[in-house]
Design a protein. Structure first.
Length: 434
């Protein structure tokens, strides 16, 4: 009798101490769980072994990326239901260590071992990062950036759309187009920086050149954009040449720590500081402060996590660290502000745009799903599965206030103390256009 799903559901619930909120369909065709709920398809016994050898998020991620697990039904609903077991363990859910003290739970684990088949750990999917060296050296940062951004420009064109902006958009309304929302985000940053014709802008982590192009074309500034990705730089340079802006925009493959041609009138750092690392953040802030002229403005656009009462217990997200952003580190917004001020900046404005990132991510997921077959052909089925899971899970994380995103406007205040800022917050002056 085909009963793998019933056995699997019962054993998992014994280990977890809570009912499974999703339906299960196992490799033998059997099903168990709440009718009408999204279905977690366990395609083979290997999926069980992955969970046994790496309980929790990383084991689930490996099974998902390898295709051992699938979800039928609404992906967001399924992830939301599972998040209580994986990302946000509820008060009634027992930790594995606590659960294993119970003889019945230990018996359930032995049952899972038997159900999973041969007792050896499956190899991780090839998309998983293999780490070498210390965190956040110039070499390891370059390798981490390459892992994430050198997936292929054609693949990112599918996900990001024509704007080619890989950061939170700024939505005038939920039903606006992604391109409109990204243009509005770039323009908001330019206005916060008070860009004027003839100024010099440094765009740290310039991506595919969208901010540099917008600032040069719409505000008449000269831009230096830096990235560690060779593919991004090549793409950005072609866009700049196609728009006839090579006299206004220079794209460099360069580490921010190696920029030595300041001072700049303004600096934008959009979705880059997440890669810097907690131990390097003050150095990052010091470098940007040194590169700004007195009176110059920095716009730091950065994802932040919620602080914990006991920060010593904070652990990185295993899935994102292993498959998406190697060595990336999120800090609470209070830590970011404190580090910028320690470096000498005067923080003048902090704007949270958390809900905007949820809208952005859902649109990226829709773009990927619409051209799934082409995305798989351009990369691999495993890589496409990584991006689909990562973006959908992050959309929920922003919606549930597990993480946020903030624009911090900071000033290198001149000795005179004259900031040049508007008297009323966020009445950003409309700059003189080119």
């Amino acid at each position: 009798m085909a009963d793998a799903a019933v056995r699997l559901k019962g054993l998992l619930e014994q280990v977890l101490g809570v009912p499974l909120p999703v339906r299960i369909r196992a490799w033998d065709g059997s099903q168990a769980g709440p009718p009408g709920a999204p279905t977690l398809v366990v395609r083979n016994r290997r999926a069980v072994r992955r969970l046994l050898f790496k309980p929790g998020e990383l084991g689930l991620a490996r099974a998902w990326v390898a295709g051992d697990l699938e979800i039928e039904g609404d992906l967001y609903t399924a992830l939301d239901l599972l998040s209580g077991l994986v990302w946000e363990r509820g008060e009634d859910a027992r930790s594995l260590a606590q659960a294993l003290r119970d003889p019945e739970v230990r018996a359930a684990v032995r049952g899972l071992v038997k159900l999973g088949g041969l007792p050896f750990p499956p190899a991780p999917p090839p998309e998983e990062v293999r780490r070498h060296g210390h965190l956040h050296t110039k070499r390891t940062d370059r390798r981490a950036i390459s892992h994430h951004y050198d997936v292929g420009n054609d693949f990112y064109e599918i996900v990001l759309g024509p704007s080619m902006v890989y950061s939170c958009a700024y939505w005038p309304a939920p039903d606006s187009t992604l391109e409109t929302a990204q243009r509005d985000k770039l323009d908001l940053i330019c206005r916060k920086l008070d860009l004027r014709p003839g100024q010099r802008l440094l765009d740290v982590g310039c991506g595919w050149g969208s901010m540099a192009l917008h600032a040069a074309r719409e505000y008449g500034v000269s831009v230096v954009g830096i990235t560690l990705s060779q593919e991004q730089a090549a793409y950005a340079r072609k866009r700049i040449a196609d728009e006839g802006l090579t006299d206004k925009v220079e794209i460099r493959v360069q580490d921010y720590r190696d920029v030595d041609d300041g001072p700049y009138d303004a600096i934008s750092s959009i979705g880059m500081a997440e890669h810097v690392g907690a131990e390097r953040y003050l150095e990052y802030a010091d470098v940007l402060h040194r590169l700004l002229k007195p009176g110059g403005r920095l716009l730091n656009h950065q994802i932040g996590r919620r602080p914990q009462r006991d920060e010593s217990t904070y652990e990185v997200d295993e899935f994102i660290d292993s498959y998406v952003f190697p060595d990336g580190e999120l800090q609470p917004i209070g830590v970011t502000v404190a580090q910028l001020e320690r470096a000498g900046f005067e923080v003048r404005d902090v704007e949270s745009i958390r809900e905007h990132y949820a809208l952005t991510l859902r649109r990226w997921v829709a773009n990927l799903e619409t051209e799934w077959a082409r995305a798989v052909k351009l990369t691999s089925v495993g890589r496409a599965r990584v991006w689909r899971l990562y973006m959908a899970a992050c959309a929920l994380a922003f919606e549930r206030n597990r993480i946020g995103v903030n624009q911090v406007l900071a000033l290198r205040t001149p000795d005179s103390g004259a900031s040049g800022m508007p008297l009323r917050a966020r009445e950003w002056s409309e700059p003189e256009r080119r």
